[in-house]
Design a protein around this ligand. Structure first.
Ligand code: NAD
Length: 267
């Protein structure tokens, strides 16, 4: 008789912030396919879409629940982490994926947009790590994966808050990785180039409107400017890298800034 092989993440719980669309949803599906229970999370109330997403995850044979919280509310993050732990189990894999973008010159950049972007892209990961790491340490295993960006590695004009928040997130990643270096809990960052998701589609739409381009010309212009491969990174590729960083074989990957960017930062 052949014993059924154990899925690599079965018995584990993953909280992926901002997992209702784009990269986060691909990561939720990937980790569910490996047996992890999924805390699906977004800023809006549950909807027909999130119900359908939960049904898809349940069909993969894992526990999954949807949690709505605007991560700009830093004080509400620890209570949410406690609720996830009570309902799904202690969080073993934390993916700080939620992020927002606003493109405007630093000279006109609205201070409230600056504050919102720093709160969601940088302060929220600080709060989630503070809320989740103690139980990971107590249980003797944990993975913290922060979705940074090529904007964590190089400057980009007209994205002052995004670039500052992602550089900060990389700094946070390295500090946490060093603090936890002798423990079984790792912390790493992924730095994607252009990935075709709703966040980037909004930038394509704005470019098309501004320059009078059709959709495909706007996409080509966006890639042509920065991404030498002239191809988008896919959400599945980012999910596969996340899967590796969450795996046993990544136990000694610590404080990495792992770019997947079609050559964006090679120049
Ligand atoms: P997306 O817009 O498809 O998804 C963003 C997710 O974040 C959504 O689930 C949304 O609900 C959630 N979110 C946004 N604001 C929130 C808030 N205030 N509170 C809680 N949740 C909130 O975007 P995406 O492209 O999949 O981006 C995911 C991550 O990847 C982001 O951190 C982004 O900066 C990063 N990233 C994206 C690209 C790209 O090209 N798409 C490149 C580099 C880095």
């Amino acid at each position: 008789m052949i014993a059924a092989s154990r899925q690599p993440q079965s018995g584990r719980v993953a909280w992926i912030t901002g997992s209702t669309s784009g990269i986060g949803w691909a990561i939720a599906r990937q980790l569910a396919s490996e047996g992890a229970a999924i805390a699906l999370h977004g800023s809006k109330a549950a909807s027909a879409t999130t119900e359908a997403q939960l049904a898809e995850l349940h069909a993969m044979g894992v526990a999954a629940r949807y949690y709505a919280l605007d991560l700009a509310d830093g004080e509400a993050i620890a209570p949410l982490a406690r609720r996830i732990a009570a309902e799904l189990g202690e969080i073993d894999i934390l993916v700080n994926n939620a992020g927002i973008q606003h493109v405007q010159s630093v000279l006109q950049f609205p201070p409230e947009k600056w504050n919102a972007m720093l709160a969601v892209n940088l302060s929220a990961p600080f709060h989630t790590i503070q809320a989740c790491a103690p139980a990971m340490l107590a249980r003797g295993w944990g993975r913290i994966i922060n979705m940074a960006s090529v904007s964590a590695l190089v400057g980009v004009a007209n994205k002052p808050a995004y670039v500052a928040s992602k550089h900060g997130l990389l700094g946070l990643t390295k500090s946490v990785a060093l603090e936890l270096a002798t423990t079984p809990v790792t912390c790493n960052a992924i730095c994607p180039g252009w990935v075709l998701t709703p966040l980037v589609q909004a930038q394509i739409d704005a470019l098309a409107l501004r320059e009078g381009l059709d959709e495909s010309a706007a996409r080509a212009r966006l890639l042509g400017a920065k991404q030498p491969s002239q191809a988008f990174v896919t959400v599945e590729q980012i999910a596969a890298l996340t899967s590796f960083l969450a795996s046993e074989n990544a136990a000694q990957v610590r404080g990495a800034q792992w770019n997947m960017d079609g050559g964006f930062t090679a120049a």
